[in-house]
Design a protein. Structure first.
Length: 393
């Protein structure tokens, strides 16, 4: 069985590295996509904020050639701002398409609208950064679910970088993610420097962790805020596709420096041994990912086995970190999005967003900073969709 699983992972890794679909510029000049004035939001232009309650920032290339503006998987020529609502099926050209209702907004107007919404609430903002294999629609669906599920008491922002939304374009996604580091860093700095933003809750999924962590470090160094920790205190990494050893080496120097932890900064990491996507990423990169409790050291694994313990290895103990293992409540074909798919994990995630550091449902382990989630008899799988507030569409 183990050999079969290793073969499956190796095959998937070969598919990602060997049979990769190349990026196609397309048959349309990129300038033609944005030639329509609707691709350049004008100051003072009206936006229906009631119909489009959520905020987005994107570096994706828009297509403004038709009545319905779409955001493509190509890199855009500039960072754009706007409002959106949950994706729905729309009839376009006589066919149904899954699209996100959205409208661009002038950058200045966008910041004013964000401030107005923040001032009406508690000064809190939630920023969601997606990972690999996402389109604007799938990311918008997840961001809208997070807003519904958590009942977050402030504006929710989706940052959408040009992921390709395809299995065989992992390398392209990595390239575009790194290309977008500067865009995201500059946006996060602008958000963190706003005096009316009291707290930023950052949620990243998968590859998004590689955008989030270095950006926070940079913002910490250049922030103009008087308070040392600034307003980024609650960071949630769901299935982070980042090198575990690199994370361990670097995190205490900046993001989780002792003074920042002492003033309240905290990172919650959701991991799963059943995460197939991270198993493939490990096979591709050669080293374990932060979101997978894989034992890279076979001697450590053997020692755990000899003690009758599960062969699961985690990030080393670092002040300011809590690890939540969702292996036992894993859902979906890949187990890569348990925080949005499993009722038990969803409940834990909601509390994490609210800033709670402990939960009675978490099962203590041999490591004081690692907790397991176990199946809840009163929350069977058929209640996942309801409890996680998923949109069946």
């Amino acid at each position: 069985m183990i050999a079969k699983r290793h073969l499956m992972v190796a095959s998937a890794a070969l598919a990602l590295t060997g049979c990769v679909t190349p990026v196609d510029y397309g048959k349309v000049p990129h300038a033609a996509y944005v030639a329509d004035p609707r691709c350049t939001a004008q100051p003072g232009a009206a936006v229906d904020e009631t119909a489009l309650p959520l905020f987005f920032v994107t570096s994706r290339l828009p297509d403004c050639r038709t009545d319905r503006i779409a955001l493509l998987n190509h890199r855009g020529d500039t960072v754009r701002y706007g409002r959106f609502a949950k994706p729905v099926d729309m009839e376009i050209g006589g066919k149904k398409h899954f699209r996100t209702p959205m409208a661009f907004q002038d950058e200045g107007d966008w910041w004013q609208a964000l401030q107005a919404e923040t001032d009406r609430k508690q000064g809190r903002v939630l920023l969601y950064v997606h990972g690999y294999r996402e389109t604007f629609e799938t990311t918008s669906k997840d961001a809208a679910q997070i807003a519904r599920m958590t009942g977050f008491d402030g504006p929710v922002i989706e940052y959408s970088w040009p992921s390709q939304g395809e299995v065989l374009k992992y390398a392209v996604d990595e390239t575009n993610m790194y290309h977008d580091v500067r865009n995201f860093r500059d946006f996060l700095r602008g958000l963190a420097d706003k005096p009316w933003v009291k707290e930023i809750v950052i949620v990243s999924h998968s590859l998004g962790a590689r955008l989030v962590i270095p950006a926070i470090g940079t913002v910490d160094r250049v922030s103009r805020r008087a308070d040392r920790t600034g307003n980024i205190s609650n960071i949630i990494l769901a299935s982070p596709d980042i090198d575990r050893e690199t994370f361990e080496r670097d995190i205490v120097d900046e993001v989780l420096a002792p003074d920042r932890v002492a003033q309240g900064r905290h990172i919650t990491i959701y991991v799963s041994a059943k995460d197939k996507a991270l198993a493939v990423s490990r096979a591709v990169h050669g080293y374990p990912r932060l979101g997978s409790p894989y034992c890279f050291d076979p001697f450590e694994a053997a020692d755990l086995k000899a003690k009758g313990l599960p062969e699961r290895c985690y990030v080393t103990a670092i002040p300011g970190i809590t690890v939540v293992d969702t292996t036992e409540v894993s859902r979906g074909s890949t187990g890569h999005s348990n925080f949005l798919r499993s009722a038990v994990a969803c409940r834990d995630f909601v509390d994490a967003v609210q800033g709670k550091r402990t939960r009675p449902e978490r099962v203590a382990t041999r490591l004081p900073y690692v907790f397991w989630l176990k199946p809840d008899p009163v929350s069977p799988k058929d209640l996942d969709e309801t409890i996680c507030n998923r949109d069946p569409s």
